[in-house]
Design a protein around this ligand. Structure first.
Ligand code: GLU
Length: 486
């Protein structure tokens, strides 16, 4: 049997972290087993589903590197892949359920149902539908006469308990008497979630359903529908919630929850994929860096944890930094280029025209950032004249001996051939020659050329800035020092 799994987002919002994790697990499971990932859009809620949300979800999945084999944009043999376009499949399945006696019409009004529910609750008994219409005479005639009705599942009362054998949580038994004759199709003919989902999973030949445990309570009901349709019941794996550090379900309170927001904050898709994959699954209990190709080759349901996973933004940042450091120089340049262009520091032409320069910049920066959105500020001085604030000027440039060190540094640099090592050799002589501590001299040069006391390594920075720019900036700093304070 070949594996077929599905990710079935409702486009009532953007792709959030929990949904992304579900998608990643389905994808990794499909890839690991040479199976098929189906993407189905559960757009049955007409008020809250939008085309923009759907696009957004597809975009976020693609960004993460989660590709699907059947679904929107790629097609497939089991379409359509939007629930709103699958009306005929639901109608057809309902007809089959009617003809086999697994579905029956119910004419009870919403008011009647509410009254029954209240009564049942106060009696402390079975709170589901009391099955009044289940064997009522004349149902056929009432339907034919156009009396408003819904269609309910006739729960097979003699069946014995429904056992949900979940790959993550083990087996849970649900006594059949406690199962409700729930609604399959509403009075307007539209299918309920529990019916549409099963019809889709059956017709799409889904073998494993991997989804959030918010659907756990639906599972025994869905199993009954699979059976009523005469279809094999797929395997289930329900994923525990993702919590914030406070032990509450992850929500806006804990910061950004949409995948897109993380893209905008400068996270790498492969780091995001790795981090989310480890929220509830582990390779061996200790490995933290699990790149996509490893995940695809090793993912298994039996290493999914039952315990809620805690989302830790610091760990995610750490992981992103680790991926940034591991990148090749060219790859790093490709990753930062859009950020530098968006910040107005450079153009795509400059990046391709001076590729070697950008590649030389890469190792100086990759070590010092955890997110791509930090890069532009760190490299701004390479592209724009630095602005030295008064405090820094007073504390560093005007320090005793610093002006002399700047002058000596300028002379030494003038005479050097401007590779990082020759720059180092030249500048190392300055402190002693001027009689200041190395730190005083080097910080003065650093502030003069970068505008800041914190920068990438000085000698490499100078090399990348070039002789002319470096000397001009040191000169500008000396001019600044000679000007009276405003
Ligand atoms: N569309 C449902 C949701 O987004 C998922 C349905 C399912 O996985 O069964 O919660």
């Amino acid at each position: 049997m070949s594996v077929r799994v599905r990710f079935a987002p409702s486009p009532t919002g953007t792709l959030h972290l929990g949904g992304a994790r579900t998608a990643i697990y389905n994808w990794a499971f499909a890839r690991r087993n040479a199976g098929v990932l189906v993407l189905r859009i559960d757009d049955t809620d007409p008020e809250r589903s939008t085309a923009e949300n759907t696009e957004q979800i597809l975009r976020s999945l693609r960004w993460l590197g989660v590709d699907w084999d059947e679904g929107p944009e790629v097609g497939g043999d089991h379409g359509p892949y939007f629930q709103t376009q699958r009306g005929p499949a639901y109608a057809d399945a309902l007809e089959r359920m009617k003809s086999t006696g697994n579905a029956y019409p119910c004419f009870c009004s919403p008011d009647e149902l509410a009254a029954k529910r209240d009564l049942a609750r106060s009696a402390g008994g079975f709170s589901g539908y009391d099955r009044t219409c289940r064997d009522a005479a004349g149902a056929h005639e009432r339907v034919a006469a156009g009396e408003p009705h819904v269609w309910r599942l006739a729960v097979p009362l003699g069946r014995g308990p429904v056992i949900v054998d979940d790959a993550v949580r083990g087996a849970t038994e649900f006594p059949i008497e406690a199962m409700d004759d729930f609604v399959l199709a509403r009075s307007d003919g539209s299918p309920t979630y529990n019916f549409a989902t099963v019809v889709d999973d059956a017709t799409m030949e889904i073998t494993h359903i991997i989804r959030g445990d918010d659907h756990l309570a639906n599972t025994p009901r869905q199993i009954l529908v699979f059976e009523a349709l005469g279809h094999a019941v797929p395997a289930f794996a329900h994923l525990s919630m993702i919590w914030g550090a406070d032990g509450k379900k992850l929500s806006k309170r804990h910061g950004a929850t949409s995948v897109e927001a993380y893209e905008e904050m400068g996270f790498l898709p492969q780091a995001m994929l790795n981090y989310l994959a480890l929220l509830g699954w582990s390779l061996d209990g200790e490995t933290t860096i699990v790149p996509p190709e490893v995940l695809k080759a090793t993912f298994s349901l039996d290493r999914i944890s039952k315990n809620p996973a805690i989302f830790d933004p610091d760990k995610l940042e750490w992981m992103n930094g680790a991926y940034l450091r591991e990148m090749g120089d060219g790859e790093f340049v490709d990753a930062i280029a859009p950020w530098l262009i968006r910040a107005g520091l450079t153009t795509a032409q400059d990046v391709s025209g001076r590729r070697d320069w950008y590649r030389a910049l890469a190792p100086l920066i990759a070590e010092r950032v955890k997110r791509l959105d930090e890069v532009a500020e760190k490299v701004r001085f390479f592209f724009e004249e630095p602005v030295i604030d008064e405090d820094t000027r007073d504390k560093v440039l005007a320090k005793e001996g610093a002006p002399e060190a700047l002058q000596a540094a300028a002379d030494a640099l003038e005479a050097c051939d401007f590779t990082a090592s020759s720059i180092e050799e030249a500048l190392r002589l300055v402190p002693e020659a001027v009689g200041v501590k190395p730190k005083v001299a080097f910080q003065a040069v650093r502030v003069a050329v970068t505008g800041s006391t914190v920068s990438p390594p000085l000698f490499e920075t100078l090399e990348l800035l070039g002789k002319q720019t470096s000397l001009a900036r040191i000169e500008a700093a000396r001019v600044l020092l000679s000007q009276p304070r405003i």
